[in-house]
Design a binder for this molecule. Sequence first.
Ligand code: ADP
Ligand code: MG
Length: 327
Amino acid sequence: MRPADPPGEAGCDAFSAWMRRGLDAAMDATRPMEFHAAADFGKADGLPGFDAAGIDAGGTLVKIAYVKDGIRRLRKFRSDRLEEAAEWLRTELPDAPVCLTGGKGAKLAKLIGRGTEMMPEFEATCYGIRLLLPPAVGGRAFLLANVGTGTSVHIIDGERHLRVGGTGLGGGTIVGLSRLLAGIDEYEAIVAAAARGDRGAADLKVRHIYEGLEPPIDGELTASNFGRVPPGAAIGDGGARSVSREDALASVIGMVGEAVATLCVSAAAAHGVKAIVYIGSSFNGNAPLRKAIESYTRFRGGEPHFVGNGEFSGALGALLRIGQMAN
Ligand code: ADP
Ligand code: MG
């Protein structure tokens, strides 16, 4: 799938172009991801028993949950190449009913070129998540944080759902700042670089400010994201007055994670819920983001849950809608 030879000593541009070719190949390939069987996927009932597709076309990725020949599957495309998703659908499911959601849903519907249903995004996400909830969340009300290109936060209590907030900080922030700071374009390369980095280079902890005195709060907490960067510093080899690309990206992910978790624990407390369910493609292969969010959520007394395939909630909600309409 990947081009054979990585550029040797070539610079950033060549490296990202090489990564991009590899990733494009990976994203273009038809790699169906089948749902795992019942256990953590729970109630599959409500999904149509016939060929059908639910599609969530978001700011970065198109998520598709579909049934074909009795098998339930998941798949993704890039939102900057909607035509590829439309073409795949026309070939794979030429006659099946389709329900779309997400900001780019209407645009994709036009490209599909046949009658399709539409569903509001928040409704679809909050409806679809029920198929994926881990047993530990139980029947309790919970906060749902959808960390996509940006972040949207909802309280879900049984059938009811309410959007209680959001922030422009999300996966798109990680990608955008990584491009600017490190010249790395592609998601997988960004996350791999960040995983090698250390937040200690750029982030200022409370104990750094108190310098050995007893701080009023946990000294290990971040006092200021990027607050440790000295005057005149630039991205470099990590030596004096420089921060390495890896360390900068680790701090970018830490900053997004802490901001998202802060918003979530505050919103959860305001609504009297403890369980916080984190979803979104931003967690895909992104251990540093998950770690930052998990530890800060726990520190603040919240109960974090990371749901496998959670980014498909909107697509599943749309697929459920087709099942519902058939009954
Ligand atoms: P949206 O619904 O806004 O498209 P997603 O939940 O799909 O959002 O998450 C998008 C984010 O997921 C991106 O901003 C990026 O951080 C991350 N991501 C994960 N995998 C990829 C990928 N293959 N290409 C680009 N971004 C990816
Ligand atoms: Mg989305």
